[in-house]
Design a protein around this ligand. Structure first.
Ligand SMILES: [Zn+2]
Length: 258
């Protein structure tokens, strides 16, 4: 199956490179225009295996970060180890407010000993949405939000970054590296946490730019998902079926965490 570049008409012969339609990211060799499979209802094939995965990885990891609709982006940072229905629920709520949520997986993860290679975590995100930005891998470690923010401003040509953040993290934000950079260049979308009370008045007085997102806290974490997988429990209600498929194919998170 071939597609043609909408900019210059050149044949895009890597389109559907593995014949399955998943993991497709391609860039026109002639003009550099790039494409992702954004049909939204494509399926991971039953034959998904390490070969199609590697092909996917190669194309995904080479694609420019801005290779999709970036109108009014809101950046969702996290380890997404793995991405679960709580993340998707939050993203949906924020999209309902008119933002275009872009997942930004952290390169470094505190769960190094568990399967968490960046590429797998990115693959699981990409299985459910093309809106993924790999900038943290490109920047390497250690990764500081201020540094990521500066690079996002450049790459997406924005004046400010819409930064999705949990209230627990937001309450500590002045302890992060270079808080003045974050204060100047970020508009925070603050998600509620049951157990955290924060004085928004004080934050406002201190010059932080934010809005409070009214969503019901979703009581699910990636560590709960990992624990259930390691115990062989059913996780069908906690993660997207395409994410489950990748976890199954690559036997991710089978080992008990220490
Ligand atoms: Zn082209």
């Amino acid at each position: 199956m071939y597609k043609y570049c909408s900019e210059c008409g050149e044949k895009l012969d890597t389109w559907f490179a593995d014949g399955s339609g998943w993991g497709v990211v391609t860039q026109c060799a002639n003009c550099g225009n790039c494409y992702r499979n954004v049909s939204g209802d494509w399926d991971l094939p039953d034959t998904v295996n390490t070969i199609s995965y590697n092909m996917f990885k190669e194309t995904l990891l080479k694609a420019p970060n801005t290779c999709y609709d970036t109108d009014n982006p809101a950046f969702y940072f996290g380890t997404f180890n793995p991405i679960h229905n709580g993340h998707l629920y939050v993203a949906k709520q924020i999209e309902n407010l008119g933002y275009n949520v872009i997942f930004v997986p952290a390169y470094d993860s505190p769960w190094k000993e568990v399967v968490n290679s960046f590429d797998y975590r990115a693959a699981m995100i990409y299985a459910v949405t093309p809106n993924i930005c790999l900038i943290e891998k490109q920047l390497g470690t250690p990764s500081y939000s201020a540094q990521t923010v500066r690079n996002l401003l450049d790459e997406y040509k924005l004046d400010k970054i819409n930064f999705i953040i949990g209230m627990d993290a937001f309450a500590q934000i002045d302890k992060w590296k270079s808080p003045d950079v974050l204060k100047k260049y970020c508009h925070f979308l603050v998600l509620p946490r049951d157990d955290i009370k924060l004085s928004f008045e004080d934050m406002q007085k201190d010059g932080w730019d934010f809005e409070y997102i009214k969503v019901k806290p979703y009581k699910l974490s990636s560590s709960m998902v990992r624990e259930k997988i390691s115990k062989g429990e059913n996780i069908d209600k906690l993660i997207h079926p395409k994410v489950k498929k990748i976890i199954d194919v690559f036997s991710l998170y089978r080992k008990e965490e220490k």
